[in-house]
Design a protein. Structure first.
Length: 529
């Protein structure tokens, strides 16, 4: 089990956009574009054009009461999106929307409206992101919107939370730029030597890809250490194992789990680095899931079918394979417990009148018969997949660990390097992390602080692939001083320590008054109580 890098404690972020990501409701969306803007999208669909945008909640089905989510339409820039799902502006086009930084829409800078033309059930994305939520695995949220363009019905869309700085900070806390990044992997982009420049930088410094280069080097290193040991400081392999297990369980053939065409493998995923340069992997493009593609055998995703280079090397590594096996076991139980079948039935019933309106007035591509057939196929997949997963798990169970209650933690992330001081100056660190020890039911963290300011500490422990807080504390410092912060251990952490020793990941952040924040991380081993 890998001890993940701790995230800095962050104040809760007000999330006005929560209403957009309820998969049990359909909102309406109105996009207004000038004739010139529409002509521009016909000529250059990838270029943003200006318009206005509004959304409203509904009383249920189409034709009912609508309640606007904003006092008035907001300014927006829109472009078309998609590869296999791409449709021109004259068809059921999918959209990327971008709002002004000074005037966001419900706190959002960006929005993604997927046209679902490759998912005739119109339920796969909602089901997939609910499965990730059930495992507390990082991923987008999703809801539904019925789109009108200049008042004309277009149709039903998946409103998928765009992965950008806004979304990342809601889940992980403050995004530090530099050194953090969000890289987008598409059509064969993988962590291979010489391929760092192929990734699109969605967030972070475009010209500094040192974190990605370090990951690529570790993944490709053929040194004497086990692969998982050399990669763990640069990749949260517990989190990635859950992500890969979910992708394979859901048969996400168009993701990191493995595109059916080797030249396009992998596809549709993001790499997100924390302040220490340690990566997590997030899914995208999940419309073609919950289906074994029996009519296209080479698209069938088994639980160990070839995928991206990190997944392939994980299967060949003893510790990483064990983590993946355990993650798939957890995924199987969690997805079965989320009752995806009843949710699918309720979703199909909710969407049916909106789909009918799309067929009558909009730009529908799927007939009622095709929608019914797709829902039936998805229901069969949901019913059969647990048994298929458990058969694979039983046939591939790793041998028991000798005389150990659980795996030894893999190496944790290194502290981020301190910037070099300017020439001919003397640098005085604002934060020094001294001894860390357990005092009763708390950690005693000894610090040297060069000025007045605020200090925040958090320790986390890795449990079954999850990031769990072991303690968190903060304090105001009035002047330069040496200070000991008492960080009370949670009941969960104390219960674990009653049984055996454990490794924690400690992160200390100090923000001096009028200065820049300094962050120090350290792995801390605690003996059993």
């Amino acid at each position: 089990m890998l001890v993940p890098a701790a995230a800095a404690p962050a104040a809760p972020i007000a999330d006005e956009a929560t209403v957009l990501y309820n998969p049990q409701a359909v909102l309406t969306a109105d996009l207004t574009l000038s004739p010139e803007a529409i002509a521009d999208l016909e000529a250059e669909p990838d270029e943003y054009v200006k318009g206005t945008f509004a959304m409203a909640t509904t009383s249920g089905g189409p034709g009912g009461a609508e309640t606007s989510l904003t006092p008035a339409p907001v300014a927006v820039e829109a472009r078309l999106k998609g590869s296999g799902s791409f449709r021109p502006i004259t068809g059921k086009a999918a959209f990327k929307l971008k709002f002004k930084k000074a005037a966001p829409f419900l706190g959002l800078r960006k929005m993604t409206l997927n046209n679902m033309v490759q998912d005739e059930s119109m339920a796969h994305e909602a089901l997939t992101y609910l499965a990730f939520a059930a495992l507390d695995a990082p991923a987008s949220r999703s809801g539904y919107a019925y789109l009108r363009l200049n008042g004309e019905d277009i149709g039903l869309y998946a409103d998928v939370e765009t992965l950008d700085k806004v979304a990342l900070e809601k889940r992980f806390g403050a995004f530090e730029e530099p050194p953090q990044h969000l890289y987008e992997g598409e059509s064969g982009d993988d962590v291979l030597p010489g391929k760092a420049e192929a990734f699109e930088v969605d967030e972070g410094e475009e010209d500094d890809r040192g974190d990605l280069e370090a990951l690529i080097k570790a993944v490709g290193d053929s040194g004497g250490a086990p692969w998982s040991n050399q990669v763990a400081p640069f990749a949260d392999l517990d989190e990635m194992s859950r992500m890969w297990a979910l992708e394979h369980y859901l048969a996400h053939w168009d993701g990191y789990a493995g595109h059916f065409e080797p030249g396009l493998r992998p596809n549709n995923y993001y790499l997100f680095s924390d302040a220490a340069g340690r990566f997590q992997m997030l899914p995208w493009g999940t419309d073609q899931t919950w289906d074994l593609n029996l009519e296209i055998p080479h698209r069938i995703v088994s639980f160990d079918s070839e995928g991206g280079v990190m997944f392939n090397r994980c299967l060949a590594d003893e510790a990483c394979f064990r983590a993946y096996w355990e993650a798939l076991d957890e995924v199987t139980d969690a997805v079965e417990a989320m009752e995806a079948g009843p949710f699918l039935g309720a979703t199909a019933a909710m969407l049916a009148p909106w789909q009918q309106r799309e067929r009558e007035f909009g730009r529908a591509e799927a007939t009622e018969a095709k929608v019914t057939a797709a829902v039936t196929e998805t229901a069969a997949f949901i019913a059969n997949r647990p048994e298929e997963a458990r058969e694979w798990l039983a046939a591939n169970e790793p041998p028991p660990l000798p005389e150990m209650e659980e795996p030894t933690p893999w190496p944790s992330a290194p502290a981020p390097p301190s910037p070099a001081p300017p020439i001919n100056t003397v640098s005085q660190p604002s934060l020094r992390l001294g001894q860390v020890e357990r005092k009763g039911k708390a950690l005693a963290i000894h610090l040297g602080l060069a000025a007045a300011g605020e200090v925040r500490v958090q320790a986390t422990m890795g449990i079954a692939g999850r990031r769990v807080t072991a303690c968190a504390a903060s304090a105001e410092v009035a002047e330069r001083s040496r200070k000991t912060i008492a960080c009370p251990l949670t009941k969960y952490a104390l219960d674990r320590l009653e049984r055996h020793a454990y490794a924690l990941r400690l992160r200390v952040a100090f923000t001096p008054q009028g200065g820049e924040r300094t962050v120090v991380t350290r792995a801390v081993g605690l003996a059993a109580l």
